[in-house]
Design a protein around this ligand. Structure first.
Ligand SMILES: CC(C)(COP(=O)(O)OP(=O)(O)OC[C@H]1O[C@@H](n2cnc3c(N)ncnc32)[C@H](O)[C@@H]1OP(=O)(O)O)[C@@H](O)C(=O)NCCC(=O)NCCS
Length: 188
């Protein structure tokens, strides 16, 4: 129900991080690597998200979204997604974020409850930035809700600074209000 309402209308205050080049690797406290999420292993998304949302993630894959699991081959520690704008024009993705051609939005990073606090989030972000840049993406964006402290902390560990603070109001999947100002952390 909440999810359905969010699709209709929501307001979002975020910090936006942008990576144009490789970031230093962030080694997690477990041994793992990123493996692509495919239709075959997509059910494992249910390890981190409500099982009812597996279909939604399959749909994302079918639409060309890129997803990775952080895993050692046995244990799945986390997952992360990216939307890449492969078109030749500016595009609004996820109902709010404008992406220029060959920009990517990294989103839906999540770590399993038992694996939180082990550096898996920063590892996934840093590794995915590398993978996207190697695939021709010119800039990877990551947006974090200003109230999401674990996520802000995760970003701090990647060494990236927020470039802008942005406020969106989205109605029926379209941004109707959008303010952007330089992030204080970036100015000082
Ligand atoms: C944001 C998230 C992916 C970070 O992943 P992570 O692998 O725990 O990242 P880190 O190990 O770097 O921990 C980051 C911070 O989370 C907090 N944290 C640590 N253990 C935690 C736990 N068991 N539960 C909740 N938060 C915890 C700490 O503040 C930690 O910072 P610290 O190491 O300085 O203490 C994870 O908290 C998560 O899945 N959150 C829910 C989904 C979400 O908000 N995603 C972000 C989308 S941008």
């Amino acid at each position: 129900m909440k999810k359905k309402l969010q699709k209709l209308a929501w307001a979002y205050l975020i910090k936006v991080f942008r990576a144009y080049e490789k970031v230093a690797p962030c080694e997690p406290r477990v041994t793992c690597s990123l493996v692509p999420i495919t239709m075959e292993n997509a059910d494992c998304v249910a390890l981190f998200r409500p099982a009812a949302r597996v279909a939604e993630y399959r749909e994302k894959l079918a639409l060309g979204e890129i997803g990775y699991f952080a895993t050692d081959g046995t244990t799945y520690y986390g997952s992360i997604w990216a939307t890449v704008n492969l078109s030749d024009h500016r595009k609004i993705v996820h109902g709010y974020m404008p992406l220029k051609p060959f920009q990517a939005l990294i989103h839906d990073a999540v770590t399993a409850e038992a694996s939180k606090g082990k550096g898996i989030g920063p590892f996934m972000i840093a590794r995915l930035i590398d993978l996207l840049l190697a695939q021709g993406v010119q800039c990877a964006l990551i947006d974090v809700n200003t109230r999401n402290h674990p996520s802000l902390r995760m970003m701090e560990k990647t060494g990236l600074l927020p470039i802008t603070t942005e406020f969106f109001v989205s109605l029926f999947g379209h941004p109707v209000i959008h303010f952007s100002r330089p992030a204080v952390d970036y100015l000082f």
